[in-house]
Each structure stands twice: as structure tokens, then as C-alpha cells.
Design a protein around this ligand. Structure first.
Ligand code: SF4
Length: 64
């Protein structure tokens, strides 16, 4: 799995951090998401797929 985050689309809503805190964090100053790491196990991959599904800005792309 490879995750791509488009920070230009992100609106800082934070759902991705709730779904996959190992993969996503938010910048302190403006809340825009940052990619911490690629998912390293099946549970984290599922959380990452969920993040891509629920991101309101469609800023997360997952390639299997
Ligand atoms: S869920 Fe989408 S819009 Fe919200 S912080 Fe994450 S990447 Fe940004």
C-alpha cells in the first residue's frame, strides 16, 4: 500500500488522524494534515483506507 496526501486539498478537519494516528498528524499552526509514515501493518492499512474514505476534502489517495 502507498498513501499520498494532497496538502493543497486538506481542510484540516482531522478525521484522518482519528482513523490512522500512526500515519497522519496535523500541523499545530493551521491543522493541515501531514504524512508521518506509510502504514506498516494490516490494522494500520485498514485505518488508512477508512481515512481515505471519510476525508471530506478527498485529499488522501491509497494505492494498493
Ligand atoms: S481528513 Fe482530509 S481534510 Fe481532514 S485533516 Fe485529514 S486530510 Fe485533511
Amino acid at each position: 500500500m502507498k498513501v499520498v496526501l494532497d496538502q493543497d486539498k486538506c481542510i484540516g478537519s482531522g478525521q484522518c488522524v482519528l482513523s490512522a494516528p500512526e500515519v497522519f498528524d496535523q500541523r499545530d499552526d493551521d491543522g493541515i494534515a501531514v504524512l508521518l509514515a506509510q502504514p506498516a501493518d494490516a490494522g494500520t492499512e485498514e485505518g488508512t483506507r477508512e481515512a481515505a474514505r471519510i476525508c471530506p476534502a478527498l485529499a488522501i489517495t491509497v494505492a494498493e
